[in-house]
Design a protein around this ligand. Structure first.
Ligand code: FAD
Length: 458
């Protein structure tokens, strides 16, 4: 019999924690998990899943209008925020229930309360005020919305609050230029709100390929979002009618019903007791781990957003599974973080995999670019002026396709499949040898013939 209460104690029942707990239990480990909010974590409760429902909801508005070009009359369409939220939350509840059931069916003991670390093998359960010991501890506490730290902060909302809004704001200010800020901006614009997005940089989606950034910026404006760049909110106050008054460092004053901060996320380690066990953090406050997700303490591992590697749900899941294989499957498994495909659910959406043009130039020097920017067939009758961008980044020496970047309808679905080709290291010639599916937008991926040459600078 082991000297510990459990073989594994997982802190945090989100994407990474749940997968690690279940896979470890299925390999015969005695597992417990603590969750301080709701089982399912950010993705299910206040991230990817409810966000995508909001995106679907807002896209109907545009679709109704565009359907007219195809002969439909959709008169008097209106939207009810309460119906959307009721249905969305019912689905989130259902999914959280499934996560709970899957955990308990795997034999995982669930503690619905906060847990903190006392030492390398000891956890303190906050509500029960008792300790539990485990041979291994897995930190899977995720991230938390960052805050700007400005006067009037308490009058603003973060991404968690957006899903709990009782009414849709008619005027909304969104701070931030990352993917969450851009997605929310178009959600509210699509539902009929007036949206002002304030961003300190020169264009949105820092870290993405420049062509995609410019495209999304243009599409945000096309969908009616007022995008203010090189600007920072410096103060928020409330006027006599309860409206928020936003002041920026550019001297602008904007009134809104709601002010949302979507200015990034920080690893959630506050108060976790990591110092009690000697777990080291990096400069950004993330838990430092090796390729097997082991921290500076042999018995403590960490997966997901709290390690700030690639902060996406499928990554947290894969890191959790790799942890279980390494520690309880006797198969050291390091998840490979290269060439992870990902999406931005703007409208139209983005799908990317591999290196941006700038990254590839830095890494390989000589590269070839193939790209197309066109109005998709569907928009010819719908009247939408929205365009599609498709871009391949190719190594000149080996012809390997090292990056694919797309913006336009269905890009997230397409990039999932293209991700296989990029991950497999296929060449441009192999893309070209693949016969097109016609008529689709994705056929551009296998029919791009002309190398793009940068315009001459006179
Ligand atoms: P989380 O899912 O955050 O889970 C951590 C859990 O730990 C939480 O439930 C928390 O309550 C709990 N916890 C924390 N501390 C304690 C403690 N001391 N005791 C007990 N419990 C604790 N990713 C995508 O791949 N695609 C998307 O489209 C996407 N959209 C997103 C949209 C939004 C608005 C947000 C905020 C995120 C989005 N993400 C998306 C990111 C994705 O949600 C995260 O990468 C993913 O949830 C990380 O999983 P995790 O297991 O690391 O942490």
């Amino acid at each position: 019999m082991s000297d510990f209460d459990f073989d594994l104690f997982v802190i945090g029942a989100g994407s990474g924690g749940v997968r690690a707990a279940r896979m470890s239990a299925m390999r015969g480990a005695r597992v417990a998990i603590a969750e301080e909010y709701r089982v399912g974590g950010t993705c299910v409760i206040r991230g990817c899943v409810p966000k995508k429902f909001l995106v679907y909801a807002s896209a109907y508005g545009k679709a109704f209008k565009e359907a007219e070009g195809y002969g439909w009359s959709v008169d008097g369409a209106s939207h009810d925020w309460t119906t959307l939220c009721d249905n969305l939350h019912a689905e989130v509840d259902r999914l959280s229930g499934i996560y709970w059931k899957n955990l308990s069916n795997s034999g995982v003991e669930i503690y619905s309360q906060r847990a903190e670390i006392e030492d390398a093998h000891t956890i303190r359960l906050q509500d029960d005020d008792r300790t539990i010991t485990a041979k291994y501890i897995l930190i899977a506490t995720g991230g938390q919305p960052a805050r700007m730290g400005i006067p009037g902060e308490e009058l603003t909302l973060d991404s968690n609050d957006v899903f709990l809004m009782k009414e849709r704001p008619r005027h909304v200010v969104i701070n931030g230029g990352g993917y969450i800020a851009c997605e929310f901006a178009q959600v509210f614009a699509g539902l009929g709100s007036q949206v002002c997005q304030i961003y300190r940089g020169d264009t949105v989606l820092r870290g993405f390929d420049d062509d995609i950034r410019a495209h999304v910026h243009g599409e945000l404006k096309r969908s009616g979002v007022r995008v203010m760049t090189h600007a920072n909110t410096i103060k928020v106050s409330k006027d006599g009618t309860g409206q928020r008054v936003v002041e920026t460092d550019t001297g602008d004053t904007i009134k809104a019903d709601a002010v949302i901060q979507a200015v990034g996320r920080n690893p959630y380690t506050k108060g976790l007791g990591l110092e009690n066990a000697g777990v080291e953090l990096d400069k950004a406050g993330a838990v430092k781990v090796d390729e097997y997700s082991k921290t500076s303490v042999d018995s403590i591992y960490a997966v997901g957003d709290v390690t700030n590697r690639v902060n996406l749900t499928p990554v947290a899941i894969r890191e959790g599974a790799a942890f279980a294989a390494t520690v309880f499957g006797e198969t050291p498994t390091a998840f490979d973080h290269a060439d992870i495909a990902s999406a931005v659910f703007t409208q139209p959406p983005v799908g990317v995999v591999g290196l941006t043009e700038a990254e590839a130039r830095r890494k390989f020097g000589q590269i070839d670019i193939y790209k197309a920017n066109f109005r998709p067939m569907k928009n010819m009758l719908s009247g939408s002026e929205s365009r599609m961008v498709v871009k391949l980044v190719v190594r000149q020496d080996s012809e390997q396709v090292v990056g694919v970047h797309m913006a336009g309808d269905d890009s997230p679905e397409i990039i999932q499949a293209v991700g296989i080709a990029v991950k497999a290291g296929l060449t441009k010639a192999q893309f070209d040898a693949t016969c097109a599916v016609h008529p689709t937008v994705a056929e551009e991926l296998v029919t791009l013939k002309e190398k793009w040459t940068p315009p001459e600078i006179s």
